[in-house]
Write a protein of this length. Structure first.
Length: 329
């Protein structure tokens, strides 16, 4: 079996953190790795930094390409994979020195095609210290549907959705004629990771925080709701269609419920009239084409019907429901 782990690092405007990232990868206790640095047309010193590492370590392969965004860079990296397993690392993040070894040990002991670990959010100025973030190696093994259901559990969604805390068998990327990150879209992980985990089947989860994620300012929702709602709609539409195609009825309903609430959340975060109009069109399409065809609780149907009428009626119904629920206690 090919036990080489191909680690893909998309690189763009990350010169401040890039060396720390690459060092954390190359110093892994597991040595059988292929490191694929994808220079996505970065205008700073990142291309030269990438090339310097390729000269020092034969495990490093550099791909220089025109800027196409994070999805295009990840796809370009996957095309260069020679290992039996794939991992992603963002170029401003750090991984524990034993992350690859720990994930591979779990994979070998369980035989699963996907292993997921915990992650730690760290301040932007965190310095790489080459220490593991070990807690315990007690994997939780879940089947296909329970894994997908974690996308809808509070506190579990991000762990499941992000691409960078996972060890995946490379063969998974060939499923359904090929799984690719959607070029030109944000929320690219939301449009892709669920497919990879679905085709992996069983997956192992360990709580160990082996990935260090640097925090930079506001998240996508908080700062860019006006323009990013279209990409969210694209990702959610794809997921609904995927579950329909796979005849996953329960997962389809969970996603439909999630999608319609996402539209409302984006509406509340949007700041321009144009964005709010676009988000309402998204909501109305999902509500009228899909939501009203299903059986929901009376309260849920009433809230969504109110939002279909307008935001003020929705807030009034929600406020009344909140008061009613308090009186019931």
């Amino acid at each position: 079996m090919n036990e080489t782990v191909s680690i893909i690092i998309p690189v763009y405007k990350a010169e401040k953190y890039l060396e720390a990232c690459i060092n954390s990868v190359l110093s892994q206790s597991y040595k059988d790795i292929q490191v694929i640095l994808v220079d996505d047309g970065s205008p700073d010193d990142c291309p030269a930094i990438c090339d310097s590492y390729a000269l020092k370590d034969e495990r490093v392969k550099v791909v220089h390409k025109e800027n196409g965004g994070i999805s295009d860079a990840r796809n370009a990296g996957v095309a260069q994979v020679t290992g039996g397993f794939v991992m992603f690392v963002d170029s401003d993040d750090i991984i524990a020195f034993d992350m690859v070894e720990r994930l591979m040990n779990v994979q070998k002991s369980t035989g699963v095609k996907a292993v997921v670990c915990g992650y730690e959010e760290v301040p932007e100025d965190t310095v790489y210290d080459n220490k593991g973030r070990a807690l315990e190696d007690k994997p939780l093994i879940l089947g296909r549907r329970p894994v997908q259901e974690r996308f809808y559990e509070f506190g579990k969604m991000t762990e499941c959705m992000v691409p960078w805390n996972k060890l995946l068998k490379a063969e998974i990327f060939k499923a359904d004629g090929g799984i690719y990150y959607p070029k030109g879209h944000v929320f690219e992980d939301g449009a892709t990771t669920y497919k990879l985990l679905y085709h992996a089947g069983d997956a192992a989860f360990i709580p160990d925080k082996l990935y260090l994620y640097r925090l930079h300012g506001k998240g996508i929702m908080g700062s860019n709701a006006d323009r990013n709602y279209k990409d969210a709609a694209y990702a959610e539409d794809g997921k609904l269609a995927f579950y329909e195609e796979k005849k996953e009825r329960e997962l389809y309903l969970k996603e439909l419920n999630f999608t319609i609430h996402s539209a409302i959340h984006f509406y509340e975060e949007a700041t321009t009239p144009e964005a709010k109009k676009g988000i309402r069109r998204w909501f109305k399409r999902i509500y009228r084409e899909r939501f009203i065809k299903e059986k929901w609780s009376f309260a849920r149907k009433l809230r969504m019907a109110a939002f279909d009428t307008g935001y003020i009626p929705y807030r009034a119904v929600s406020a009344f429901e909140g008061i009613y629920n308090k009186l019931k206690r």
